[in-house]
Design a protein around this ligand. Structure first.
Ligand SMILES: NC(=O)c1ccc[n+]([C@@H]2O[C@H](COP(=O)([O-])OP(=O)(O)OC[C@H]3O[C@@H](n4cnc5c(N)ncnc54)[C@H](OP(=O)(O)O)[C@@H]3O)[C@@H](O)[C@H]2O)c1
Length: 287
């Protein structure tokens, strides 16, 4: 089975690449090797390689700059994604695409289900939602996995940001009124591997987050609890006291029951997944 991965250098792309390599024939390409906005190039590449699956880990992901660079965010998250989906459809290639909890407006107080209607409140969320709709318009052989707050043992993400503040002994202010589901990127990569192995025909949108929820503030405290090189003061603040260009949903917890049923296993809790990430960070630190 041949699998083509775009965005292979990103946080998720790297983990998906390492989860699949060895078990499948994997071609993982970074932006320089495969810019998904270069339509002619991508079309030639896909028709030449003829993968069984394409996993699109490429995206415009900067929630803040998307507000002022909406055209660029749309070029990557909407137009290029539509093009990928069309080429996959025309060549009978199954597509796995990643979307986000930020397609929701955050007005609910119970976990979002797949049938809830998105209403994004940021340019990034808008571009990702438009991308979902384009895929569904041109392809009926695509899985769209909406991820929660992704983090990894390395790279730029919230866990690393808190660890960096702890290392420097710098106090932090963190919002306590945005609630979501931290999702270990390795768990998402495993979900993708299981999906490919199981090869179901029930295409569509699935919520792919670790189970459980908490605020960014509580997540920061949980990280500090594990890394006590310095004890910093983490001050809880409200969203209105933390100026950002982009608005973020107050509540973006998603119900992952549909995906658990598809895979035949429950998706594990964020806390258990986080323990594994902590162990991995400590292993990397010892090297
Ligand atoms: N991070 C989160 O908290 C989060 C939450 C929910 C959903 N998601 C979704 O999860 C997916 C993976 O995100 P991530 O966290 O792994 O993001 P990431 O680390 O920013 O990775 C995205 C990758 O896409 C590449 N890319 C950007 N434009 C491209 C283009 N035109 N052609 C080819 N590659 C391009 C980037 O290349 P460079 O390395 O050159 O910049 C980067 O390697 C995305 O669809 C994102 O929307 C992320």
């Amino acid at each position: 089975m041949k699998i083509l991965i775009t965005g292979g250098r990103g946080m998720l792309g790297q983990d998906v690449t390492s989860q699949l390599t060895g078990e499948f024939e994997v071609i993982s390409l970074n932006r320089e090797q495969c810019d998904i906005c270069r339509f002619d190039h991508i079309s030639a590449l896909i028709t030449r390689e003829k993968p069984d699956w394409l996993i699109n880990c490429a995206a415009y992901t900067n929630v803040e700059t998307a507000e002022s660079e909406f055209d660029q965010a749309r070029r990557v998250n909407v137009m290029a994604v539509e093009n990928l989906a069309r080429i996959c459809h025309e060549n009978s290639i199954k597509l796995i695409h990643i979307s986000t909890d930020y397609v929701f407006d955050g007005q609910k107080d119970t976990p979002y289900r797949e049938q809830d209607i998105p209403d994004p409140i940021s340019a990034y969320g808008q571009s990702k939602y438009e991308g979902e709709k384009k895929i569904q318009a041109v392809s009926d052989r695509a899985f769209i996995l909406r991820a929660g707050w992704l983090y990894a043992a390395r790279g730029t993400n919230f866990v690393q940001k808190v660890m960096s503040s702890i290392d420097k002994g710098q106090d932090m202010s963190v919002v306590d009124d945005q609630i979501g589901s931290p999702t270990y990127v390795r768990d998402l990569a495993r979900i993708i591997r299981e999906l490919i192995k199981k090869n179901p025909e029930d295409f569509g949108i699935y919520h792919a987050n670790n189970t459980g929820s908490l605020s960014w503030y509580d997540f920061a405290c949980a990280i500090q609890e594990k890394f006590k090189t310095n004890v910093i003061k983490i001050q809880r603040i409200k969203t209105e006291d933390y100026r950002t260009k982009a608005r973020r949903p107050k509540y973006s917890v998603m119900d992952n029951t549909k995906l658990s049923r598809l895979l035949g296993v429950p998706l594990r809790g964020w806390n258990e997944a986080f323990q594994e990430c902590v162990a991995e960070i400590k292993r990397l630190q010892r090297r």
